[in-house]
Design a protein around this ligand. Sequence first.
Ligand code: PLP
Length: 333
Amino acid sequence: MHLARFPRRTYTEGRTPLHPLPRFSAALGGPEIWIKRDDATGLAGGGNKTRKLEFLIADARAKGADLVITTGAPQSNHARLTLAAAAVEGLRTRLLIEERVPGTYAEDAVGNALLFDLMDVDRIEVVPAGSDLAAGLEAMADAARGEGFTPYVIPGGGSTPLGSLGYVACAEETLQQAFEQGVAFDHVVAASGSGGTHAGLVAGLHGATAGVPLTGVSVRAERAAQEAKIHRLASETFALAGGAGEVPRDAVVVRDDQVGPGYSLPTEAMGEAVRLLARTEAILADPVYTGKALAGLIAMVREGTWSADDRVLFVHTGGSPALHAYPAQVRAG
Ligand SMILES: *Cc1c(COP(=O)(O)O)cnc(C)c1O
């Protein structure tokens, strides 16, 4: 696979750090846990969507777009980073906000929603959970064309095969850093939501014949549905990247024990994970994605998945701006 064939904008200088978490690992008494700091990508607040947007916004520019339209939840990191990428490119942005938890969209909200205003979102439309988002995005694009814009639509999370190339790139970058640091990983754990991160990592690790198992921790869907979705997207991403052959179905593993009452709704284990990472390593996770993904990793440690000399990599996908929108949910007691 040769990703340099794809047009790309660069929003992160150099590579994101890869380093061990000695105090976090010691507190858990399990394997040696490492972290890939994709919370430290470029654009306002950083996070995993930055890597996807490098490919998506390059495509938007190639197509002459002057307006980007995308969708997400009221505290969407993806919407924040799409706005940020559009801002630095001089493009406008319109958002279709899906109120996944009824009553959670508020014009005066903090966290990511505050940053939507700060980065000058052109228009926000709010629809209830379960709305047909693809149709909603198309309607917004039609309206924009009627106003003389050339819109570019990015589906939720930027999880198209093109966007997922960002996580093929992350897998390649991580393997190169692991080689330079002389560390061989036995397992990778990451959050699995709209799926581009998980699918891109699967495609990248498979394409590099890395032989490292990857567990995606679902933040919303149940296991069977999420695995089917990720396998489909990983296969399309792998084919787009020029990979030969098929992505094996068993390369896609999801656990869904951390979803709790539902997307973005807090769990005890999430709060514990967010606090433990902050107290031991001064690294901020988030309540919706990385807190639950880390809780999945902690559950695997406690289940005895690994031995003391195994090395486990957690891919930190960002999200800490959302912490400020959920103070009660992440505070102890
Ligand atoms: C979007 C998001 C994820 C999930 O990534 P997907 O590619 O949508 O599966 C994980 N962590 C954070 C902080 C996110 O914003």
